[in-house]
Design a protein around this ligand. Sequence first.
Ligand code: HMG
Ligand code: MG
Length: 284
Amino acid sequence: MQQAEIFEMGPRDGLQNEKRLIPAAEKIALVDLLSRAGFRRIEVTSFVSPKWVPQMADAAEVMAGITRAPGISYAVLTPNMKGYEGARAARADEVAIFASASEGFSKANLNATIAESLERFAPVAKAARADGIAVRGYVSVVTDCPYDGPTPPANVARVAAALRDMGCYEISLGDTIGQGRPETIDAMLAAVLNEMPAEKLAGHYHDTAGRALQNIDASLARGLRVFDAAVGGLGGCPYAPGAKGNVATEAVARHLTAQGYATGLNMAVIDEAAAMARAMRGPA
Ligand code: HMG
Ligand code: MG
């Protein structure tokens, strides 16, 4: 049986946009439950500016509070060296640097041009490599940008290649506002695959328009086998107006299984975690 992997995003992408300030203890309980579900990688939190994303202000407390299970890589987002220092002190197993394929989203999310953001990420990637901490890269708005409109596939390929050249072991391709279609995802992947093989890529699809599973199918056809998802389908990006949740882990897991892929996940635990994540959501 072929394998496919879900990289669990719930505690980070799932919760970062929730209006209710969720107590660290609840986040820790969610991560600890997810640690029993069979994931190899869980994105726990972000070491970003608390002025920009208040929900992630307790990153150090959450990292200190979780009970780590052997064999799981606990990942965090790091936008700059200050974030990296926090991640290292918190003993993150891996860090993620996150760039944009459009200038409009780069400015909104990172207060920097794409080039400036890459300059900031370079020392983070270098320090992480020196410290033996794995580095993952994201490219956001890979098909559509809420500020700049449709994203040319060549721009995605260029930013993905820059992140690869910094030493990212995997590049996650983000349909940040969930407006991608199988055709636009396919065209984007064709461009990126000119730069690197499918084994280096992950699909990170938000489900705003309800097409994330179709977009995953288009990506499976192109050879991708890693998909980011969030239990309960929570999430969104504060700097991407209209971005709804990540595609739900429970939906992706069942979809992959139905397509004949083994995910190694325990669905009873996933369903329990999805219910817990949904209950953490405040009133809309
Ligand atoms: P800035 O305002 O230009 O930065 O923001 P600054 O260097 O001028 O710092 C401003 C203040 O923040 C200062 O504090 C810094 O110390 C502090 P003050 O002196 O005013 O008291 N600061 C920090 N504090 C804690 N940790 C840090 C940090 N850095 C600065 N790391 C910055 C630039 C990059 C910091 C800001 O824009 C930021 O934090 N952006 C992150 C936004 C974010 O987290 N977005 C959501 C995640 S990305 C996403 O969801 C997409 C993804 O899911 C993929 C997809 O769907 O496409 C990954
Ligand atoms: Mg996202």
